[in-house]
Design a protein around this ligand. Structure first.
Ligand SMILES: Nc1ncnc2c1ncn2[C@@H]1O[C@H](COP(=O)(O)OP(=O)(O)OP(=O)(O)O)[C@@H](O)[C@H]1O
Ligand SMILES: [Mg+2]
Length: 375
């Protein structure tokens, strides 16, 4: 079944979320005013260096920890305005939580562990619970292990059981903190395939991970650096920069928006920014001999333009406009900042120079076609 989000309500909305720890050693700003919106049905990886604030962010969503400022809204419910007992019940019904170290109760069988959340929120008839627990264990491939104690199965199987437990009350959102951090590659693969299956059946999953190979399997990656989120378009356009450099760029962005069909840059106009496309589509056109705009190519979200001009003459070699069907949202990096990145990152400079070469060639062929070879 293709997942169709049931409504336009975001699954998770974080607004200006701050977390400050104070102790004898001083005051630590661990989350510095995060804004984040996750749609229903998204499979989101949260990545970042050790100590960047990933677990703290996740604990804000689950309500395990409290923000110093800002709001966290999960499926329309403000997590931190509830009192503790209401929040516990709400959490039991709405969130499945998976930890790195499984946290199964050692004296209970896998089946009994999976039944615990149902007992806690008193969901499903008492007699139905054992059967439902077995079904969930079968879903994660553990039907034969249901009556075993956690320590008698492999670590990968323990994590599968923890996922079955997280699904016990059929919560719409799963929050997982390094769920594969303690597993070998094969077991990690089983877990991610399982998450994939859950997302396709309509769940929203937010997963903290250190493992870059896992982010290829999620629908979105959010990078946190030193308690701040890196702009996602910037992260996708500059894959070779460090988190520190990406954060610096994030601090130096300007936003622009354009109505459908409107002009963004005119041919020969001075270009002051590298423009990254956040959403919408832009058309690149040249003027034909009769002065008509001829579209030569279009660019979509997570592509950029302006690099030819910023590394060259500074004047636009083409017209750029928002496609008629879409409004366009851009972020811009000022010329000096862009040139500074190229100076400091050789790989990025090479990648940009490759794009410049390809696009100039594309442009040359297109303009030859327009003028019939006469220029
Ligand atoms: N209770 C606390 N008191 C003071 N500082 C804390 C507390 N909890 C977390 N921190 C600090 O907040 C920062 C972020 O911690 P967090 O656990 O969210 O990082 P993380 O990205 O999950 O790291 P890791 O990858 O190692 O799990 C760290 O510098 C940590 O030392
Ligand atoms: Mg952590």
């Amino acid at each position: 079944m293709i997942n169709q989000p049931s409504s336009f309500l975001p699954a998770i909305e974080m607004q200006k979320v701050q977390k400050v720890f104070k102790n004898a050693a001083g005051t630590f700003h661990v989350l510095k005013g995060l804004d984040l919106s996750l749609a229903q049905g998204e499979f989101v990886a949260i990545v970042g260096k050790s100590g960047s604030g990933k677990s703290t962010l996740l604990n804000m969503i689950t309500g395990i920890d409290h923000p110093t400022g800002g709001d966290v809204i999960v499926n329309g419910v403000n997590v931190h305005t509830m009192n503790e007992s209401t929040r516990s019940l709400w959490r039991g019904n709405n969130l499945g939580i998976v930890f790195q170290f499984f946290q199964l109760l050692p004296m209970l069988t896998l089946q009994e562990n999976v039944m615990l959340p149902m007992d806690f929120v008193n969901k499903y008839d008492f007699d139905e619970r054992p059967k439902r627990a077995l079904e969930l264990l079968a879903l994660v491939g553990l039907e034969k292990q249901a009556y075993k104690l956690p320590t008698t199965v492999s670590t990968g199987q323990q994590q599968c059981a923890a996922i079955a437990r997280a699904l016990a009350t059929d919560p719409p959102v799963i929050a997982a903190d390094e769920p594969t951090g303690n597993l070998d590659t094969k077991s990690s693969d089983v877990i991610i395939s399982l998450f994939d299956h859950l997302v396709k059946s309509g769940k929203t999953i937010v997963m903290v991970t250190h493992d870059p190979s896992l982010t290829e399997r999620t629908s979105r990656t959010v990078v946190i650096s030193d308690g701040e989120l890196i702009n996602e378009t910037v992260a996708k356009c500059f894959v070779n920069l460090s988190h520190h450099e990406l954060l610096d760029l994030t601090h130096n962005l300007e936003s622009f928006s354009f109505d459908p069909g409107s002009n963004i840059l005119a041919q020969d106009q001075t270009v002051d920014y590298l423009y990254l496309i956040v959403s919408g589509e832009v058309e690149i056109s040249l003027l034909d001999p009769k002065g008509k705009h001829r579209v030569i190519t279009s660019l979509k979200a997570d592509q950029f333009f302006g690099e030819i001009e910023l590394t060259g003459s500074g004047r636009s070699i083409a017209n750029v406009s928002a496609s008629t069907g879409t409004s366009v949202s851009l972020v811009g990096i000022k010329r000096e900042k862009f040139l500074e990145i190229l100076k400091n990152s050789l790989v990025t400079e090479e990648a940009i120079q490759n794009v410049v070469r390809l696009r100039l060639e594309e442009n040359r062929i297109a303009s030859e076609k327009l003028t019939g070879g006469r220029r």
